[in-house]
Design a protein around this ligand. Structure first.
Ligand SMILES: Cc1cc2nc3c(=O)[nH]c(=O)nc-3n(C[C@H](O)[C@H](O)[C@H](O)COP(=O)(O)O)c2cc1C
Length: 315
């Protein structure tokens, strides 16, 4: 059964980070944590077998698939395929400011095109019964005008979608790279809290700069939830119900994950991405460096048994 913390905190979509293996790893840390997958473009979903990767997960009920695009028809087709693969919540990316994404006219560009987003959502809803949510930022470039986001929420609300995830900083287009767009535009939490005051019936989740999962009391009256990105990847242990685990407890979880990979790769092609997520998981503990080296080695020789033996011998 989920507890209050599982419902309040979630893990942000992150390209190259929240892939199927990370979601699988998290199922050993806390199977109730809501995780948003890395962004997948509608056409990739339609034309490739990218969703097959998620078959490693027995249960997708806590996994939200994040989809990007700008064509209502393609959104419907991608949503149908996602639903057939077992995803029952879809998140639409309206917040990515990267050059390629903006050139493709999706991501943060869509904050300026609420009517189109509404059409995409309606198209999805005609095809599947999945829950739909939207992730965006508080604004574009150096513009502080509140109307942009308010008008966006008003229009999307007409589609019946209720849930918004708001990254509490503007996205700067054209002359700022993606990494800087995660640090330079200042965080403005008050803007998101004000949005919640204006749209009391909406479920609004704040994102940007959070590093703890112990602040419900501080925020519960201001907002419906907190989404954590970089810190969730760096230190996913904060989502474990115990919060502070000793090294033995962590190793036990990692061992279960590796055993499950061993079983999975008996029938599926080895994928080194499965190991990247555990390489730094013991940072801060004695032996972290040799653990990183061992994982690095297995990354190349694909011999998971080597890691299991190492765990048995040293821990
Ligand atoms: C490596 C990386 C990849 C990201 N990829 C995505 C993505 O695919 N979709 C998305 O909506 N946001 C993406 N983001 C933004 C995060 O979801 C989040 O909004 C941002 O990191 C701020 O939260 P944080 O301060 O807790 O990290 C990415 C961020 C990082 C660091």
């Amino acid at each position: 059964m989920n507890n209050e913390i599982d419902d309040f905190y979630s893990i942000a979509p992150m390209m190259g980070k929240t892939d199927s293996f990370f979601c699988h790893l998290m199922s050993f840390i806390n199977q109730n944590t809501k995780i948003y997958t890395e962004m997948m473009h509608v056409e990739t979903i339609i034309r490739t077998n990218i969703l097959e990767k998620y078959k490693i997960l027995k249960n997708l009920s806590n996994i939200v698939i994040q989809i990007a695009g700008n064509s209502p028809e393609s959104f419907a087709r991608a949503a149908k395929k996602a639903s057939m693969h077992g995803f029952n919540e879809i998140n639409i990316n309206c917040g990515c400011p990267s050059k390629n994404v903006i050139a493709g006219d999706f991501g943060l560009s869509l904050l300026k095109k609420p009517r189109l987003v509404r059409e995409c959502i309606e198209s999805i809803k005609n095809e599947v019964e999945s829950t739909v949510s939207v992730k965006t930022r508080i604004g574009i470039n150096y513009n502080n005008c509140e109307n942009l986001l308010d008008d966006f929420v008003n229009e999307i609300n007409l589609s019946g979608v209720n849930k918004f995830i708001i990254h509490a900083r503007n996205g700067i287009l054209n002359n700022m790279n993606t990494k800087k767009n995660l640090t330079i535009p200042p965080l403005k939490y008050e803007r998101v809290f004000d949005l919640k005051k204006k749209f009391t019936n909406n479920h609004i989740i704040i994102n940007g700069g959070f590093i703890k999962t112990e602040e419900i009391i501080k925020y519960i009256k201001k907002i419906d939830g907190i989404m954590i990105g970089r810190e969730a990847y760096r230190n996913p242990w904060i989502f474990h119900k115990k919060r502070l685990l000793n090294i033995k407890e962590k190793i036990k979880i990692i061992e279960k994950y590796i055993l499950s990979l061993k079983y999975y790769f008996n029938k599926n092609t080895f994928n080194k991405n499965s190991l990247i997520h555990i390489q730094k998981l013991l940072n801060g503990h004695t032996g972290a460096k040799s653990w990183r080296q061992k994982v690095g080695l297995v990354h190349h020789n694909k011999d998971l048994q080597l890691l299991l033996n190492y765990i048995k011998y040293y821990y």
